[in-house]
Each structure stands twice: as C-alpha cells, then as structure tokens.
Design a protein around this ligand. Structure first.
Ligand code: HEM
Ligand SMILES: *[C@@H]1O[C@H](CO)[C@@H](O)[C@H](O)[C@H]1NC(C)=O
Length: 322
C-alpha cells in the first residue's frame, strides 16, 4: 500500500516534469566532457580572433543564437543555406541583409570537427559562441547547457511568421512574443540589454527617429544625419545601438533608455511609462542585477525546444544537412 502510493507519487512527479520541463531537461553542462573536452577552448579561440578583427562580430553571433532559438527552437536552423528544393531562414524578413557571422561559425565548426569529428552540434557551437562573445566584450560568464542536436531543415515561413519580434513592436506585443517562447516580461527586458553592443540599419529605426515623440530631440537629429527620411534611401546605413559604449557589454543601454536615447522603437517602449519602467530603472542603476538576470534569461532562451536523443543530427557542415 505504502509502496504503491509512493510509486504513484513518483509517477505523477515524472509526468509533471515531462510536461513542464519538456526536452530541455536533457541538456547538461558537461555534455561533451568525455566526447570533446576541447570544445570550449576551440570555440573561444576562434571567437576571440574574429572579435579582435572586428568587434561587431560578437554582437552578430549573440543575435544569431537568438534568431536560431526563436524559430522552432535552438536547433541550428538559421545556419542552413538555401537549397534547390527549399529556402532557409537567412532571407526571412528579420534576417535578410541583417544577420551575419556565419563565416565565424564555419571556422569554429571546422576546427571542432578536426578535434572531435561528428560529435558537437552546430546549435551548441552557436550557444557557446554567443556566451563567449558576451564574455570577451566585457559581460558576465555563465556555464552553458549543451546537448542540442541540429535540425535537418530550416523554415523560411516559420522565420517570417512573426515569432521574431519586429523593431516596430509595442510593449505588449514584445511581451507576448517572448511569452510564446516561455520567456517572461522580465526575461525580455533583460535580453533586450543585448543591444548594449552591435548595430542596426536605418530601415530598422527610421520611423522611431522621425515619427516618435518619446525620443530626445537632439539624439533624433544626430541619428537623422546618416538615415534619410525617404524610404529606400540609405536603408542599410548603420548606427550603433548603444551610443555610449557600443563595443562593451554593460548596462549603458538602460541608461540610454532613461534618457530617451534608445535607437529602436522596440527599445524605447521598455521605458515609456509602462509596466517595465521599474526594471529598466533597476538595470540602469545596478549592473550586477542586470548581469544575473541576463544570464538567467540566456539560459532559458537556450532551453527553447532543443532536439535531443535521436532527433535531428550532428551536422558535418553547419550550412547543410548531412
Ligand atoms: C526584444 C525584442 C527585440 C527586437 C525587436 C530586436 C530587434 C533588433 C533589430 C531590428 C536589430 C538591428 C537589425 C538590423 O537593422 O540589421 C537588432 C540588432 C541586434 N540584436 Fe536585437 N532585437 C530584440 C531582442 C534581442 C535579443 C533577445 C538579443 C540577444 C539576446 C538581441 C541581440 C541583438 C544584437 C547583438 C544586435 C546587433 C547585431 C549586429 O550588430 O550584428 N536582440 N535587434
Ligand atoms: C534579400 O535581400 C536581397 C538584397 O537586397 C534582395 O535582392 C532580395 O530580394 C531579398 N530577399 C527577400 C526574400 O526579401
């Protein structure tokens, strides 16, 4: 009697775990400790040399991981090139002429394949590279969870379906886009702090600098100089997302928002009289709180819907299925 009721409780607990934890429960920090102990040093050295040639690449790698995870989970799908029979995610609206860093992933993959052939997934390489980028640019370190496998296909339509948030989003739509991935409003505000590094194209912030009122007017004027009002002219002109320290991972992004100097509409809505104002204020005042909430949210983002066990594959080349 006692046995069967405790067995029932264990069974129930396992069922609940399966429901709530999903497949992410199978990712672990030491996944490659026997099969590829060199993976961390290998990834780090390639990321370091890429960033030393061009600082922006750190930002680009971090964003690639985000755009990978939000489209059918962190499965390396964004890395797949188009094929003759199917188009991948690279030319989807949020990605076309915008996502970058693929050559760095290729360079990492070939070194990792040389050290441990057929063992480490492209999805995991992207996860480690994103973490290393943050660290190299002065942000916090954290242990990443690993064991993701790679998708055999990519989905252009999924990447275009609105799962990746647009820079014209309202606060409530940002919150719901992240909620749809199991991430909270707090995770969303902390992850937006990634805009402490990197650049955006004029086409992504034109409306904000010409049409919005929640923007510092001298900041708007300065940005207008390299981003003409007319649609189609200067669309790809770049501006830094954090005008103070664009190559350093810090909390200046939030200080900018307090001063109405967010570059994207979707940045400034985080501090515009709404429910996330207090978090923005907190992160602007306390770099440590930002770091720890950012890390927690990155780990949650990395847990989105991974392929594990016998699902997917370990790609040999991150650009194509085996
Ligand atoms: C909250 C919703 C978000 C929106 C609406 C958004 C939107 C954007 C846009 C429009 C750009 C500029 C793209 C271009 O013009 O080419 C950008 C750049 C960037 N985003 Fe986000 N983003 C969001 C969240 C995130 C998250 C969660 C991360 C990572 C954790 C991230 C990391 C980056 C980085 C690092 C860049 C600069 C990339 C580079 O310079 O190559 N963003 N984002
Ligand atoms: C992607 O950008 C290129 C270059 O601007 C353009 O020719 C192409 O039509 C775009 N693709 C899509 C699907 O919008």
């Amino acid at each position: 009697m006692a046995f069967s009721s405790s067995a029932a409780i264990v069974g129930l607990a396992l069922a609940l775990l399966a429901l709530s934890g999903g497949t992410s429960a199978q990712l672990s920090k030491n996944f490659y400790s026997k099969s590829c102990p060199k993976v961390f040093d290998t990834v780090k050295s390639v990321v370091r040399s890429a960033i030393s040639k061009e600082r922006r690449l750190g930002a680009s790698l971090l964003r690639l991981h985000f755009h990978d995870c939000f489209v059918n989970g962190c499965d390396g799908s964004i890395l797949l090139d188009d094929t003759s029979s199917s188009r991948g995610e690279k030319t989807a609206g949020p990605n076309n002429n915008s996502v970058r860093g693929f050559e760095v992933i290729d360079a990492i993959k070939s070194k990792v394949e040389a050290a441990c052939p057929g063992v480490v997934s492209c999805a995991d390489i992207l996860t480690i590279a994103a973490r290393d980028s943050v660290v190299i640019l002065g942000g916090p370190f954290w242990d990443v969870k690993l064991g993701r496998r790679d998708s055999k296909t990519a989905s252009l339509s999924a990447a275009n379906s609105g799962v990746i948030p647009s820079p014209s989003s309202t606060l409530s739509s940002l919150i719901s886009t992240f909620q749809a991935q199991g991430l909270s409003a707090k995770d969303m505000v902390a992850l937006s702090g990634a805009h402490t590094i990197g650049k955006a194209r004029c086409i992504s912030f034109r409306d904000h600098i010409y049409s919005d009122s929640n923007i510092d007017s001298s900041f708007a004027k300065a940005k207008q100089r390299n981003c003409p009002r007319t649609t189609g002219s200067g669309d790809n002109n770049l501006a830094i997302l954090d005008f103070q320290t664009p190559e350093k991972f810090d909390n200046n992004y939030y200080k900018n928002l307090i001063n109405k100097k967010g570059l994207l509409h979707s940045d400034q809505v985080l501090f515009d009289g709404g429910s996330t104002d207090s978090l923005v204020r907190q992160y602007s005042q306390n770099d440590k709180t930002f770091d720890s909430d950012f890390v927690a949210a990155m780990i949650k983002m990395g847990d989105i819907n991974p392929l594990t066990g016998s699902k997917g594959e370990i790609r040999k080349n991150c650009r194509r299925a085996n």
